[in-house]
Design a protein around this ligand. Structure first.
Ligand SMILES: [Zn+2]
Ligand SMILES: [Zn+2]
Length: 148
């Protein structure tokens, strides 16, 4: 959910983190490709009723791992929503072994592809707790007085 809050497409906030042996290997959220404008700046780019400006959270988590040379084979993908068909194929090809999701994403073949590939799907309830940041009392966020 925290990763999803970085999403820049107002149509869908989705987050994905890749975890192995309790280590977070990579994170992703719906966002434009680097150095391109974001939906929340210039509006969505709609093709056939889908916004195509962004990479989906799952793809961006795979991209982050690739950019940093991190093998995510055998890891678990924690995703806020069930993947679309394309993202499920990418995660499967990358060697993901388990998927944990909060909510369904209907009309896709993701569940079929995951199941046929022997990937365990775990549904979890959406967390009810809120995380609030109090930046006024957060010492690292305070502006320093450079003259001191
Ligand atoms: Zn968009
Ligand atoms: Zn997707």
């Amino acid at each position: 959910m925290l990763a999803s809050e970085r999403s820049t497409c107002p149509r869908m906030h989705c987050g994905c983190i890749l975890v192995k042996d309790r280590f977070v290997l990579a994170t992703g959220y719906n966002g434009s490709i680097p150095h391109q404008p974001h939906c929340d700046e210039v509006g969505c780019l709609i093709v056939e009723n889908h916004c195509v400006r962004t990479n989906h959270a799952e793809i961006n988590s795979l991209v982050q791992a690739a950019v940093h040379g991190i093998s995510i084979k055998g890891s678990t993908a924690y995703i806020t929503n069930m993947s679309c068909t394309t993202c499920s194929k990418a995660l499967i090809a990358a060697g993901i072994k388990r998927v944990v999701v909060f909510s369904d994403f209907h009309d896709t073949l993701a569940t079929k592809f995951y199941t046929e590939s022997g990937i365990e799907i775990t549904k979890m309830d959406m967390p009810e707790r809120e995380i609030k940041y109090d930046l006024k009392s957060y010492i690292s966020a305070k502006k320093t007085d450079k003259s001191m």
